[in-house]
Design a protein around this ligand. Structure first.
Ligand SMILES: [Zn+2]
Length: 317
């Protein structure tokens, strides 16, 4: 969905925080997107630039691109009683102790002190969160999770990310890893995960995980889309793999609900467009959650690809 097409609706504005302009920057592998929200939470400006790659020093180039885009949006911000908040979403995690980026799929960011470097260049604080936390914050504030106090956001795409939002705020935990449910190791005999463990939720519920399950079983390749499509027309091989996928989804999300008992779970990422997750998948979730009749809604995202940049605005400082 184009962010400018987001319909105005009731927004979760913090009763205890002074209203201010909010600038969100979403640093992605191919583009860097920036927006500005008014103190009322309405989108009033949007811009994007290409993410530099293949330069002599990609980190320096990305840093400059983020700083320049942020500075330009800051310069255009009308004067208000409170200084604007700036938040940046990144494709990786921030180590709570060292402030360095880790687990980033944009390798030039790894081990860099991105937040500190941006703050030094801008001369002001900025908030920074991984993309799953931004997704969860945005869907909780202005998307599918609106009206729910405790929202768990799940991104099922090339990986599996998670974020926990309570009353509109991201919960970080002791090490800054709260919500990293994608690396819960649930299958000891399962496939090796890039994190070093075996059988992580990510190896089961990501797009590559679904494709790998098919390849391992049938020694043939099929894309996640082809597997889902095959299941829908009763192809035997696709049905076996997709039934297992639904079962894994039920077990993993059911367990998550047993631990957190959130008010809503919101799904994003490419695989979240599989309709069966909200019917057959949700049925299995209810079977595995530790309650006779769990009511937890499993919701499809409402903000689409724009959740990252909106979430960045909401986690700003
Ligand atoms: Zn893992």
């Amino acid at each position: 969905m184009d962010p400018l097409e987001i319909p105005p609706g009731p927004l979760f504005l913090e009763p205890d925080a002074p209203p201010c302009y909010r600038i969100g920057i979403d640093l992605g592998g191919s583009k860097i997107e920036g927006i500005r929200l008014t103190p009322e939470g309405r989108l009033e400006y949007r811009d994007r630039v290409v993410t530099p790659q293949g330069t002599a020093d990609d980190y320096a180039a990305i840093l400059s691109a983020v700083v320049d885009l942020t500075a330009a949006i800051l310069r255009g911000t009308p004067d208000g009683r409170h200084s604007p908040a700036v938040g940046i979403g990144i494709p990786g995690s921030l180590d709570a102790a060292t402030g360095r980026v880790h687990n980033a799929n944009a390798t030039s960011l790894i081990d860099q002190r991105l937040q500190a470097d941006i703050e030094a260049r801008l001369g002001r604080p900025v908030g920074m969160e991984n993309d799953a936390n931004c997704f969860a914050a945005a869907e909780s504030r202005m998307g599918a999770g609106q009206g729910h106090r405790v929202v768990f956001g799940i991104i099922m795409g090339t990986g599996v990310g998670g974020g926990l939002v309570v009353d509109g705020r991201v919960h970080h935990g002791r090490h800054g890893i709260a919500g990293e449910w994608g690396h819960l190791a649930v299958a000891p005999e399962g496939r090796r995960c890039w994190c070093g463990n075996r059988g992580c939720v990510e190896t089961l519920l990501s797009g590559p995980g679904l494709a790998a399950a098919y390849e391992t079983r049938f020694n043939a390749k099929a894309s996640p889309e082809a597997i889902v499509e095959g299941y829908r027309r009763d192809d035997a091989a696709c049905s076996v793999i997709f039934e297992e996928f639904l079962e894994d989804f039920g077990r993993c999300v059911g367990g998550l609900i047993s631990i957190l008992d959130p008010d809503a779970v919101v799904l994003g990422g490419g695989l979240s467009n599989i309709d069966e997750l909200y019917t057959l998948g949700a049925e299995r979730v209810r079977r595995y959650a530790f309650h006779p009749a769990p009511q937890t809604p499993i919701l499809k995202h409402r903000l689409g690809d724009s959740a990252g940049v909106f979430g960045a605005a909401w986690i700003g400082r």
